[in-house]
Unconditional design. Sequence first.
Length: 264
Amino acid sequence: MIDYMKKFSLKGKTSVVFGGAGLIGREITSALAQAGAKTLILDVKSSRGKETASELKGRGLDVGFTAFDVSKLKGIEAGLKRLWKDFSPIDIVVNSSYPRTADWGAKCGDVPLQSWRKNVDMQLNSAFAVSRAMAELMKENRVKGSIINIGSIYGIVGNDFTVYEGTKMTSPAAYSAIKAGITGLTRYMASYYGGDGIRFNILCPGGIFDKQNPGFVKNYSKRTPLKRMGRPDEVASAALFLASDASSYITGTAFMVDGGWTAV
């Protein structure tokens, strides 16, 4: 009889979570560590990263922290090669980093082209650099790993701007373009590295509650079949599934965690 619960175990595995001190990254870090993986937080925010690692260590989890800035594209490949030497083999990679410019959130008509290009560099181009570097290291060392990117419903479907009515909020144009680009990249990588046993998938969350404007929360919840916003732990649960052997025949998929948003 197959031990199905064992399929979700990550004992003996090593995972790295880019942006592991963020809202979603923190929960993914906790989920992977609770499943038994030695887990490393990679984040540009050192104080928050150290605090998160310390807290999870205090709960008996094997979690560490290393400062890493994915927005510095020229240093990514060399930095990840050094990381591999220290923590190899790395079996699981989650890219939940979310660097952005100070004017992020500006309306489409107000976004300077220079800002657009910088955000594409920091988010989409860094996702390529991280994905390729980690996949090549896995391939070179014959690791049949799992690489998970974080996308969005707005990388799959068009925006519903009615949910922002009555607020000063909006969804940046670059966000949709970047998330759609990462979705396409993930599918390409799944095909390219599939023969090496390396799986690529992308998690696409809907709106995640983070103490947003009450009007927005109400509008968003009304639009969603489950009538509420999502929680970070719900994204983390999906990440655990895609990281584990429970999803061993799943690659190249855009895994929706959206309360049914894209179903209607």
